[in-house]
Design a protein around this ligand. Structure first.
Ligand SMILES: NC(=O)C1=CN([C@@H]2O[C@H](COP(=O)(O)OP(=O)(O)OC[C@H]3O[C@@H](n4cnc5c(N)ncnc54)[C@H](OP(=O)(O)O)[C@@H]3O)[C@@H](O)[C@H]2O)C=CC1
Ligand SMILES: O=C(O)C(=O)Cc1c[nH]c2ccccc12
Length: 213
């Protein structure tokens, strides 16, 4: 299969890129390893997720959020927005395609991209003039290999697998990292009476302190 542009990833960035290219009538396909678009938001976020950014900063090209919609979108509203976005701009990602390699072949000046079709198990080859990697910085959860982690008797969970505090009422939980995920998860746990502590690696940057004053 040959296209002008191959885009890897059907998250926000991949969908936005495809919409812009469709607008310019530049042929493109989106390869996505999951079976849906926006899989980070649909499969790897906690239940109480509400966006922290004002809606204006969470819109993709050509599709602003309606003036009367809530300022901070719920997870359900944002997931719906991504699905509507794909259909509004005729984006039909090729799902269950896990890109395994991409080589720019000097001879024909094209990208040769190999993707595994995870439904059939077969390798497929895509050829394009341009390659856009839109796989996101948060595509894969990372658990550092901390000493003692594997002999620890309790449950160890990456934030991308945390859904809700249900059933955790009696637990003592150590949350590692105080970014948005860490803070939200610690708050969710403490809301139902679990004992949550947070490890903070670095002091709060001065500019963040000034912003909140
Ligand atoms: N509701 C919303 O809208 C939400 C939005 N997000 C967004 O998603 C993105 C990812 O957020 P998030 O998942 O929180 O990840 P982040 O990368 O933002 O935060 C991870 C935190 O973990 C700390 N950390 C990393 N390694 C260690 C370690 N070994 N020991 C202790 N602390 C450690 C980091 O510290 P340091 O920086 O000092 O290395 C950092 O504070 C962000 O853009 C965020 O804004 C996330 C959750 C909810
Ligand atoms: O609201 C927040 O804090 C977010 O992290 C939202 C967000 C992160 N990446 C995005 C890409 C498109 C739209 C919203 C987001």
């Amino acid at each position: 299969m040959e296209e002008v542009v191959v885009i890897v990833g059907a998250g926000s960035a991949g969908l936005a890129t495809s919409a812009c290219l469709n607008h310019l009538s530049i042929s493109n396909i989106v390869l996505e390893k999951e079976d849906c678009c926006g899989s980070l938001w649909k499969k790897r976020t906690y239940d109480r997720l509400n966006l922290h950014l004002y809606k204006k900063f969470c819109s993709l090209p050509f599709k602003p959020h309606p003036p009367k919609s809530p300022a901070f979108m719920s997870k359900a509203a944002f997931v719906q927005y991504l699905d509507d976005y794909a259909s509004s701009f005729n984006i039909s990602p090729w799902y269950c395609r896990s890109v395994e390699s991409a080589v720019f072949v000097e001879g024909d000046q094209k990208w040769h991209i190999e993707a595994k079709n995870t439904m059939s198990g077969e390798m497929e080859v895509y050829v394009s003039n341009f390659l856009v990697i839109a796989t996101a910085e948060n595509g894969e959860g990372y658990v550092p290999s901390l000493p003692g982690l594997y002999s620890f008797g309790g449950e160890v969970l990456h934030s991308s697998n945390y859904k809700s505090a249900m059933g955790d009422e009696a637990k003592e939980v150590l949350v590692v990292g105080c970014g948005n995920s860490g803070m939200e998860i610690a708050y969710d746990l403490s809301n139902i009476g679990a004992h949550a502590s947070i490890v903070v690696k670095n002091p709060t940057p001065q500019r963040a302190v000034n912003l909140t004053v």
